[in-house]
Write a new protein. Structure first.
Length: 131
């Protein structure tokens, strides 16, 4: 499943995931704390959208599938985001990742953000033309 899991804690601060361009993407397991300091339960009745880009500009990537709401009982995780290979094909840089959870019954939504830093991998040395 795309490079394993990366835990992203969303509560009092913004978490950061580092990603080498061209490698498998980590599948963030998001710990999303509610007002009471406990992990939010998103296991049923919620829909999700993930947008990657620069704040104030149109999303460069929008994802609506492969996002699973969890009940917080496994290591406090509330949301699992599973990336498909090549789903984030962006140039190196730092991007905001907004996770929007919408309560289906009321349409009310909450958004939390973490960062993804995309860097280039170190390339192997070029071989000399003589071999």
């Amino acid at each position: 499943l795309g490079g394993g899991a990366a835990t992203v804690s969303i509560g009092g601060g913004t978490a950061v995931i580092e990603y080498k361009r061209g490698s498998e993407l980590p599948n963030p397991e998001v710990t999303w704390l509610g007002p009471d300091g406990e992990p939010r339960d998103f296991s049923s009745g919620w829909s999700f959208v993930v947008r990657v880009g620069t704040p104030g500009q149109a999303a460069l990537v929008e994802k609506t599938e492969g996002i699973t709401g969890l009940d917080g009982s496994i290591a406090g995780h509330s949301v699992l985001i599973e990336w498909d290979p090549g789903e984030i094909d962006l140039p190196p840089g730092t991007y905001s990742v907004d996770v929007e959870a919408t309560f289906d019954e009321t349409g009310q939504s909450v958004i939390r953000t973490f960062q993804i830093v995309i860097t280039e991998a170190v390339l192997p040395p070029e071989l000399d033309a003589s071999g």
